[in-house]
Design a protein around this ligand. Sequence first.
Ligand SMILES: [Zn+2]
Length: 261
Amino acid sequence: MQWENLTATAFAEAVRETGVCVIAMGVLEKHSEHLPLGTDFLNAHKIACLAAEKEPAVVFPPFYFGQIYEARCFPGAVTLRPTLLLDVIQGVFDEIGRNGFEKIIVFNGHGGNIHLLQFLNQCALWEEKPYQVYLPLGLTPERQAQWRAIVETDYHGHACECETSISLANHPELVHMECVPAEPALPLNRLAHLPATHTGIWWYANHPDHYAGDARVATREKGLALRQLQIDNLAEYIAAVKTDQVVPALSREFFARSRQL
Ligand SMILES: [Zn+2]
């Protein structure tokens, strides 16, 4: 069920029936020369909607604010000041909670959001909330093996064989296969002179054209198979979150103890 498509009365019923809201998170950023700026949130939202058809949940409207400062040198990126970004995402979670959902699943469609979302999840221990946030961390090992059996290329990451194939499955009219670069994009390793290091410029150092992988072999058929793995994985995850009583109980215990200090 898509939040924006429900009437207020049907929405209230869906909150009672499911108790779970899925928010698919992506960003607006360049995706090489052949995919649209909204690729991450378009794909994540589509997959969330299809998963919620298998295992009922309410899917939040497409959300496209996230960590994507590394795309600010390309046209079309939309970024928010870091503290504002944290406030916006936290405020959206609070509104989902205020509407009665006790469980929020964050289905992340953008690799650059991982650290941000894990940090926000740790922030849940700062202040007690009437809801819990769950962040799925990828496919089961079995589905990862199935994924590897479908794809032909070894290096992936951005506008690659996988992402392009899934885009062909979800919204083929937005994919421009004729614009796929003639050469694959492998990491340039421009920080190789340093010991193992993280700096903000690490992604740009490897991928100055905002492309990582080889989209030339992408097909809609592969995309439908890859997408199905994600849909099945997320549907299973929604079911597991619905029945989970441990995270809410431990959270209540944690805050009760912190009040007794
Ligand atoms: Zn992407």
